[in-house]
Design a protein around this ligand. Structure first.
Ligand SMILES: [Fe+2]
Length: 339
């Protein structure tokens, strides 16, 4: 898409709307900056303050909060690319580049990753999308991801994807996209024996963040998980006891998505709720919330044949950052080593 073209209308399947990076129509190295309108700065400020609340921050992982202080974002103004690079590149050698593409195709995305370049879109959500936007906008890219890129751990995690992706078969590429989606975008991690939000997609999306935090409380309220015991072990036990039904739900969601029945957030929630009825799975206990938490099980993640962009009914939890490192390596390293 060039700057003069009308942006595509979202149909619920961003993956199919992915765009190639066309160097002819991209921001040049010398010209990465945009003049934002005061309305855009105000939207940024409202989004920033919406998340930057003690009762929400307590549910985000430490790695994010440390990175956020290192990145020193101005709550009232969208940062320039130069400002971001000044804070990121000296720490992890990653670089930020602006793109006119609203959703970059994975092949182009990972070619940039191989050069330690993280693309940020020039699109910011509008006022009517404050609660939920299916598209990763500038707030998602900057606020959700970039604090982490000041940190060695995240840079190391992100460094794993491109070498594997660029050597992967088509089938493996699909799994790699899921692994990235359910870790860096929609992953959770256990810290101090509590579930914490890690993924940028949850952090930058009010609806996703609210639903996730509500699920943390519900798991305890409905005595699914006792927070005085080991929370990850209990989640693992619950998951193993219900794995078959989790897989049936995944298959059902994907089937509905393939038939175009999940093309909006509302529609997504409603059809998933009706899936429980169709599949005769009681919405109680482990399945009693708006989202399902499951351990970061590569087999289950790989089973999701198509990332459901309009709606995320399931989030995956790593026991620790070390475990995330190991689990990602278990799939990505053997592929990367082929090179
Ligand atoms: Fe993202």
């Amino acid at each position: 898409m060039t700057k003069n073209q009308t942006p595509p209308i979202y149909t619920g399947d961003i993956a199919s709307q992915g765009q190639h990076i066309d160097p002819e129509h991209e921001y040049s190295t010398e010209n990465q900056e945009i003049t934002f309108s005061s309305e855009q700065h105000e939207i940024w400020a409202d989004l920033f303050n919406g998340v930057h609340q003690p009762y929400l921050l307590e549910h985000l992982c430490r790695e994010f909060k440390d990175g956020l202080s290192l990145l020193e974002l101005d709550p009232r103004h969208i940062p320039t690319v130069a400002y971001l690079n000044d804070h990121i590149t000296p720490r992890t050698s990653w670089r930020i580049e602006r793109t006119v593409v609203r959703y970059t195709l994975a092949d182009d995305w990972y070619k940039k990753f191989a050069q330690r370049i993280f693309l940020i879109t020039d699109y910011l959500r509008t006022r009517d999308q404050m609660e939920f936007t299916p598209e990763p906008d500038m707030f998602h890219d900057i606020f959700g991801h970039l604090p982490y890129l000041t940190k060695e751990f995240y840079a190391r995690i992100e460094d794993k994807f491109a070498p594997a992706y660029l050597l992967a078969t088509q089938e493996e590429k699909e799994v790699i996209k899921r692994l990235a989606w359910y870790s860096t975008e929609f992953g959770l991690v256990v810290e101090d024996n509590r579930f914490k939000v890690f993924g940028a997609g949850i952090i930058s999306g009010r609806a996703e963040l609210a639903n996730t935090i509500m699920e943390f409380y519900r798991l305890s309220r409905d005595t699914v998980i006792d927070y005085t015991g080991n929370v990850f072990e209990q989640l693992n036990e619950q998951f193993l006891a219900h794995k078959n039904d989790v897989h049936r739900l995944i298959d059902g969601v994907n089937d509905l998505h393939r038939h175009g029945q999940m093309s909006s957030q509302d529609q997504g929630w409603n059809v998933v709720h009706s899936l429980y009825e169709t599949l005769k799975i009681d919405r109680e206990g482990y399945f009693g919330g708006e989202v399902i938490l499951a351990p970061f099980d590569v087999e289950t993640i790989a089973r999701i044949p198509k990332t459901v962009y309009a709606f995320n009914p399931m989030f995956f939890v790593c026991e620790s950052f070390e475990q995330m490192d190991e689990l990602l390596d278990s799939y990505l390293k053997p592929i990367a080593l082929r090179g």
